[in-house]
Design a protein. Structure first.
Length: 108
């Protein structure tokens, strides 16, 4: 399972209503959207559907729809999963002029 969370460090609060697209890379075909979610009041997308297979994934965060004054209107995070991983949580912290990403603890 892939989950994600967004924290607005400038406000010190979770970022609700951020649209997040989950894509998978298919060799020879490029990126394909497999799911889409919206962060809840706690800034989390708790499910994108089916558990992932091994492969290269991308989370696309539509930051401009959350706050048009943040410098980065869209943030793309790419990561790779192998067969041994059945879940991953990607935590995005953002401020007006920067962001950081960590593989965080699984959110439930």
């Amino acid at each position: 399972m892939i989950t994600t969370s967004v924290l607005d460090t400038g406000r010190g609060l979770p970022a609700p209503r951020v649209t997040v697209e989950l894509d998978v890379f298919i060799s020879g075909h490029g990126w394909r959207e497999i799911s889409r979610g919206l962060t809840n009041d706690e800034g989390c997308v708790v499910s994108f559907g089916e558990p992932p297979a091994s492969g290269v994934y991308r989370l696309m965060f539509d930051i401009a729809s959350y706050d048009p004054h943040i410098f980065f209107p869209s943030i793309a995070i790419m990561f790779e999963l192998d067969d041994s991983e059945d879940s991953v949580h990607i935590a995005l912290s953002l401020s007006r002029y920067g962001y950081s990403v960590v593989r965080g603890l699984q959110q439930i």
